[in-house]
Design a protein around this ligand. Structure first.
Ligand code: NAD
Length: 425
């Protein structure tokens, strides 16, 4: 029996060549030939590679890559590739970096490149004894983990520590084993997951319990990237601006409603570099937000204070599980070029650079919010997007956008009316 075009049950979809998948989707969704051709144009990511990166590929999604200029990090000038669809994000980093460049830019550091994998153990009547039984096997745990990844071991990475926690849950007492692994220049998810899966039956054997989940923690708090920077009072525009920014920070640090948006702004910069370098944006986002709530209340990822000289000092610290190898980093051609542009030679240097970008982003967002408001900077590009949505083409885009900004009403209906008037001459 053939499947009707309206059914989502498409047998063997994953086995089809990309063109046939697109045809099946076109039948389902009524795509025009031009829309199918658009999907099949995968741009600068070869279709064959895309087909190997994820499942059921029918196309690629292009996101602009911009370069943030003016960044000086640990005494070295760096150009920062950022992949984002949001206007003002790249400009924000350029602006913040320009205002601290002459004062020396950013100073960064890192706590290490350690990842944690968790093994969940349930059904043990004597959890405290089980905990010690596991801890006593540290040498065996190390041997088991290190045997999983001789490449990592050769590079100076591998097992570093063993921690076991007794956790009270709605489903009873659990014994949670953490293996702490140095994953060097890899983000390390696959590396530590493999170790955890191998270790789990041994843990069950030592304790008589049942192991369940075996997976890394994205709260990578042994892999903290840090950046700090001082913006001279004169460069930022005086005391009123500085104090407005400090007040914005105090608000964010005290109120989760504000902190969510404050940190979202930070992640605008961070995720854009994470994406441009082929790293896992969701892993970094999850780590950042979990870290922001580590004290029981969601708060700011940055800290701001006034120096003895009256300048504005900012700092950031957050988990940064990114790599130079593994995942898409070494496969995606744009990611490889982005890493070359960045000129970083270790995952640690990449992580530290990304932290500096997050701090720069936060500076600009707070400054805009505490002075002219965020919309002024956003509006020029946003107005162009609205003009395009209204149907403006070529030179019309800029002309319609200018009118929208001048009128102070960046709305689709106004853009449509302006476009109509423009075309009517
Ligand atoms: P990977 O397994 O592709 O590569 C890491 C391996 O590369 C190491 O284990 C090592 O054997 C080898 N290697 C070669 N040179 C190295 C060097 N200089 N430093 C370190 N290792 C080197 O990748 P990975 O980093 O283990 O995993 C990353 C991928 O896992 C990402 O695609 C991520 O999206 C995915 N992932 C994430 C999660 C999560 O975040 N929750 C879960 C599962 C998978």
């Amino acid at each position: 029996m053939s499947t009707p075009a309206s059914s989502s049950r498409i047998a063997g979809f994953h086995k089809l060549p990309i063109a046939d998948r697109v045809e099946a989707v076109a039948r389902f969704a009524g795509l025009e030939p031009g829309e199918c051709a658009h999907l099949l144009d995968t741009g600068n990511l070869p279709a064959e590679l895309a087909d190997h990166l994820i499942e059921n590929v029918v196309g690629t999604m292009n996101i602009p890559v911009g370069i943030a200029t003016n960044m000086r990090i640990d005494g070295e000038d760096r150009l920062i590739p950022m992949a984002t669809e949001e206007s003002s994000v790249v400009a924000a980093v350029c602006n913040a970096a320009r205002q601290c460049y002459d004062a020396g830019g950013f100073t960064t550091s890192m706590s290490g490149t350690l990842m944690i994998a968790q093994i969940q153990l349930t059904g043990v009547g004597d959890p405290q004894l089980a905990r010690l039984r596991i801890l006593e096997r540290k040498a065996e745990v190390q041997a088991s983990c290190d045997a999983c990844d001789p490449v990592l071991l050769q590079l100076g990475g591998g097992f570093r520590d063993l921690e076991v926690r007794v956790l009270e849950t709605r489903g009873g007492t659990m014994v949670i084993t953490h293996i702490v692994v140095d994953t060097r220049d890899a983000m390390g998810a696959n590396a530590v997951n493999t170790m955890a899966e191998k270790l789990a039956p041994q843990i069950a054997g030592w304790t008589g319990g049942r192991t369940n989940l075996r997976i890394l923690s994205n709260l990578a708090d042994r892999r903290l990237a840090r950046a700090r920077c001082v913006w001279p009072l004169a460069a930022i525009g005086g005391e009123a601006v500085r104090d407005g920014m400090l007040s914005a920070y105090h608000f964010a640090d005290a109120d989760p409603y504000r902190a969510a948006t404050h940190n979202k702004g930070i992640m605008n910069g961070i995720s854009a570099v994470v994406l441009a370098t082929g790293n896992d944006t969701r892993a970094v986002e999850a780590g950042a937000h979990a870290y922001a709530a580590r004290n029981g209340r969601y708060a700011s990822l940055t800290h701001w204070e006034v120096t003895a000289e009256g300048d504005l000092a900012g700092s950031i610290e957050l988990p940064m599980a990114v790599g130079l190898v593994g995942g898409a980093t070494k496969l995606h051609p744009t990611a490889k070029i982005a890493l070359k542009v960045l000129g970083v030679r270790s995952a640690e240097a990449l992580a530290r650079t990304i932290a500096a970008v997050g701090l720069a982003q936060n500076f600009s967002a707070m400054k805009a919010l505490a002075t002219t408001g965020i919309q002024k900077g956003h509006m020029a590009l946003h107005a162009q997007n609205i003009a395009m949505m209204a149907g403006a083409l070529g030179e019309e885009i800029e002309r319609v956008a200018r009118v929208l900004v001048a009128k102070g009403t960046v709305r689709i209906d106004v853009a449509e009316a302006e476009l109509k008037a423009l075309r009517a001459g």
